[in-house]
Ligand binder design. Structure first.
Ligand code: NAD
Ligand code: UDX
Length: 474
């Protein structure tokens, strides 16, 4: 079998997946020209910014990889059609959010951007082109993509050659915050497809740095479904341990001890057992809801409701944290200053999509709280978008309605506050000088640690009252 040799790659979508994934491919395969394209001009300009601190995605180690490959064989561009025409392999890495209206609203994936890409590839590709589903997609999406690609197109007189296509599924398993490590040392690479020549062409690219035994080859449908299932299993573990956190609080147990005790069973394993304010991010909720939708579609309501419960429990966990903060603060937070430490959905990313901090902050704003929000990487314009309200003047008088402002550092955030809520596990929150911070707060002052970043010994003797998620008293 002669394997199609890949010289030029086009990736449509320069987001959290397209950018880092293509940067690593270009870094590891200097003989391949990789062009990442996007409709969003500002995003492409940021990827091309000489100042690597201005990259649109914050990921540890990404700047180093970009510095090595950009301008050598890695390019970022808005010239989508040209990049498609020049490529023998096209990755589709565009957003696939949950539909907000129409059939399947609230559950099904909105595939309009994927379809637009397929149409554009059909129109502008030349010769044989391997099209790769990198976006997370509902099982059997490849049928739709292939049928669009195979539809005869109107071509200009000078361009009458009809291209041919192979479609593969190659879902991405990177987690934000550890994307570069996950891409450079993946647990596995998954390639689904029936065209073995195309599968091997893609496998050859990954073999530049991934051992062959870690490259799994499966049927297309297994690959598409594995991505949704992997995310559902991971999220399910978080909801499971979060459900236990509430039980620990009610019974006097400690969820950290329970997680350790169950996680040391090799059949269970210790990963993904950190109880917290619920999972956030752009993937888990969207992908489980998509799975739920597919189960209904295929006539499996019991399977659908089984997975839906993972999302229900997650929402409950976020609401209950906001509720118990209000309860502890004498039943009202109206006009009280609360410091929110961490707004990103997890540490080491600037991404706030579906962050638990959004939901918890919204609940507290609804109760009339004055929030002072700090995050080392999220900027205040993003917080304003997420909370759907502009920042207030921090010195404004106490009013009935909830307000927020961006705090430039932790000390400013806690100044005059009745409580601190730690919502993201940033390393810098792990070693704060609590005796100093306690002096800035209004007594009786609380610290609500939803991420287990504080060692209770750090707080002893400060006069602060510590509440830790999943820690029962008595
Ligand atoms: P993103 O929103 O950060 O990026 C998507 C980009 O695609 C945007 O910049 C958008 O402008 C661009 N785009 C959309 N339609 C386009 C078109 N027709 N032509 C050119 N550009 C277009 O999304 P993301 O987080 O990178 O996720 C992309 C896909 O990868 C999703 O399906 C997601 O579920 C999946 N995924 C995400 C992660 C993650 O951690 N974020 C991990 C694994 C898989
Ligand atoms: C996830 C999957 O891990 C990744 O494989 C997939 O490609 C995309 O979706 P991501 O959402 O970037 O990645 O981050 P992840 O580390 O999975 O965390 C998701 C959420 O779960 C975060 O809010 C995180 O704080 C939370 N989480 C994670 C917990 O609350 N407890 C844990 O033990 C692990």
């Amino acid at each position: 079998m002669t394997i199609h040799s890949i010289k030029a790659i086009c990736c449509i979508g320069a987001g959290y997946v397209g950018g880092p994934t293509m940067a690593v491919i270009a870094d590891r395969c200097p003989d391949i020209v990789v062009t990442v394209v996007d409709l969003n001009e500002a995003r492409i300009a940021a990827w091309n910014d000489p100042d690597l601190n201005q990259l649109p995605v914050y990921e540890p180690g990404l700047d180093v990889v970009i510095a090595r490959a950009r301008g050598r064989n890695l390019y970022f561009s808005t010239a989508v059609n040209e990049a498609i025409a020049a490529a023998d392999m096209v990755f589709i890495s565009v957003n696939t959010p949950t539909k907000t209206k129409g059939i399947g609203a609230g559950q099904a994936s909105d595939l309009r951007w994927v379809e637009a890409c397929a149409r554009q590839v059909a129109q502008y590709a030349k010769d044989h082109t391997i099209v790769i589903e990198k976006s997370t997609l509902p099982v059997r999406t490849a049928v739709a993509i292939k049928s669009i690609l195979d539809t005869p197109q109107q071509r200009s007189e000078v361009d009458q050659d009809v291209p041919t296509f192979s479609v593969l599924s190659n879902p991405e398993f990177l987690a934000e915050g550890t994307a570069i490590r996950d891409l450079e040392q993946p647990d596995r690479v998954l390639i689904g497809g029936e065209d073995s020549n195309a599968v091997e062409a893609l496998a050859t690219i990954y073999r530049h740095w991934v051992p062959n035994e870690k490259i799994l080859r499966t049927k297309l449908w297994s690959s598409e479904l594995s991505k949704l299932t992997a995310n559902a299993f991971l999220a399910q573990r978080i909801s499971s341990i979060n459900s236990v956190s509430a039980l620990c609080e009610a019974t006097g147990a400690d969820v950290r001890e329970v997680a350790l005790a169950i996680g040391t069973d090799s059949r269970i394993g210790s990963g993904f057992l950190s109880s917290g304010p619920g999972f956030g991010g752009s993937c888990f909720k969207k992908d489980i809801l998509n799975l739920v939708y597919l189960c209904h579609h295929f006539g499996l309501p019991e399977v659908a409701s089984y997975w839906e419960q993972v999302v229900t429990l997650n929402k409950w966990q976020q609401n209950r944290i906001a509720r118990l903060v209000v309860q502890r603060l004498f039943g009202t937070v109206t006009g009280k200053r609360l410091a929110i430490l961490g707004f990103a959905f997890k540490a080491d990313t600037n991404d706030t999509r579906d962050s638990p901090a959004i939901h918890i902050s919204m609940d507290l704003l609804e109760e009339g709280a004055q929030l002072a929000i700090h995050d080392p990487k999220v900027d205040s314009r993003q917080i304003a978008l997420d909370l759907k309200q502009s920042p207030s003047n921090p010195l404004s008088d106490l009013k009935g309605e909830g307000t927020w402002h961006f705090a430039i550092d932790v000390a400013e955030a806690v100044q005059g506050a009745d409580a601190v809520l730690i919502l993201t596990e940033w390393e810098q929150y792990q070693n704060l000088d609590w005796s100093n911070l306690a002096g800035l707060m209004r007594a009786p002052a609380w610290v609500f640690d939803t991420r287990s970043v504080i060692d209770p010994a750090q707080i002893a003797e400060t006069g602060l009252i510590l509440w830790r998620l999943g820690e029962g008293s008595g």
